[in-house]
Design a protein around this ligand. Sequence first.
Ligand code: ATP
Length: 234
Amino acid sequence: MLSLNNVHVYYGAIHALKGISFQVNQGEIVTLIGSNGAGKSTCLKTISGLLHPKQGSVQFKDKDLSNVNAPEIVAMGISHVPEGRRIFANMSVSENLDLGAYLRKDKQNIKDDMEKVYTLFPRLRERRKQLAGTLSGGEQQMLAMGRAVMSRPQLLILDEPSMGLAPLLVKQIFEIIKEINESGTTVLLVEQNARMALSIANRAYVLETGKIVLEGDAKELLESEEVKKAYLGG
Ligand code: ATP
């Protein structure tokens, strides 16, 4: 469904991605793990059109995304929930969810999807009239994910969905990611919480300073001594 082929990305003189290649197949959950600054967020931003490769290509369903802009990429079926949840603080929960669907033409299905989001996140239903800026951090994360689901993406890209959340909520968010995947959405996930990410993913890639150093079946990586030592706290 998605493939990056020898992608190089720069921030000015900083060479952030040094020839990254990986694939995400339809129906999978794939996770990128690695230390701070390894280039995980940069990969996601390159896929969603916020950054463009200087060399190499990004292919989505046989289309080259390398020079397509972000709004067009959303319209093609890729939805990115960035790190730090960019919700619209002065709009209500339900207005934020409506905005997630603004590109859709199948207006009659939007109501059903709103219902689906409220079933995934009952907390959002309770708070649907509340201003999004007054939600707790965890609730804002749920809203950011809910809004992405409202765009009915084929590929959902999540950057650090567990950041700053209490352990119980982290577990819940990961269960919801699994549910979203089981309902037919392919997921690409970046996480500091490598153990959690590997436990729900099918496959994983490990990044170090702009390169992929390891890849494989997520369950196998979870058992690998090398991964345990470097990324799972021994
Ligand atoms: P983290 O887990 O800490 O979020 P990451 O793996 O997502 O890290 P990136 O955010 O992709 O890492 O950053 C990769 C490299 O690019 C880092 O060295 C970072 O300092 C650099 N970088 C990221 N954004 C910019 C920017 N806007 N300008 C300059 N350098 C940047």
